[in-house]
Design a protein around this ligand. Sequence first.
Ligand SMILES: Nc1ncnc2c1ncn2[C@@H]1O[C@H](COP(=O)(O)OP(=O)(O)OP(=O)(O)O)[C@@H](O)[C@H]1O
Ligand SMILES: [Mg+2]
Length: 250
Amino acid sequence: MSTLLEVNNLHVEVEGKEILKGISLKVEKGQVHALMGPNGSGKSTLSNTLMGHPKYKVTQGQILFNGQDLTPLKTDARARMGIFLAFQYPTAIQGVTVANFMRTAMKARFGEAFQSKEFRKTLKGAMASLGVDESFATRYVNDGFSGGEKKRHEVLQMALLKPQLALMDETDSGLDIDALRTVSEGVNRLRGPELGILLITHYQRLLNYIQPDAVHVLVDGRIVRSGGKELALELEAKGYAPYEKETVAS
Ligand SMILES: Nc1ncnc2c1ncn2[C@@H]1O[C@H](COP(=O)(O)OP(=O)(O)OP(=O)(O)O)[C@@H](O)[C@H]1O
Ligand SMILES: [Mg+2]
């Protein structure tokens, strides 16, 4: 196994306020790590920071991707390297169709223009396997999409862009039971020795579909516990209260 992502003692500030207070995490190639934690604990802050969102300032620590320091790199460079973020709240892009968006993104990622016919075939195949209706290709990105449709569209992007590191920020929220299964199957199909996934979720249920190699609990900007899949079951039963007390006491 080789290390895909290594985060060392990461401290991050947003608008002058420290949100992440020393996160360390190692994702090996081929692994799925689940990140759980109460609202406002810093889960999206971590994924936004890994993706290079300019608002999130690294004040201490290090992010290594395939051994390379990511800190000086902008978001587009990180995306071209194969880091992908499925947004918790995907935004609409007026005037840009799903097909055009995907074609541009694929050209940026793989550095080559796809022939129209080949691209249409690839897009159609990916849409079919994720249960996305063909009509979405000509709709504007996320414009008027339902909550679940937006999440499926995020996974569609992931399937086509073939990232090395996928950051999935609550991709399961808003999905109905059937969509959860379809989307999870889609993610499982993408799993392989080269892909690492950081899966942010509030629900143990998702981890029945996508089996994690590790589960981490984030409370108030710190990882307070790491363990296996059983940790998610324990959280479901007891909630975060025991960890919140520990944080206050420490
Ligand atoms: N762009 C921002 N501007 C101001 N504050 C921010 C910003 N991003 C995050 N924060 C603050 O950082 C803290 C952590 O937020 P974050 O979105 O990372 O939490 P989360 O763990 O993803 O929560 P949730 O489960 O509700 O999605 C919150 O107090 C939030 O208000
Ligand atoms: Mg969040």
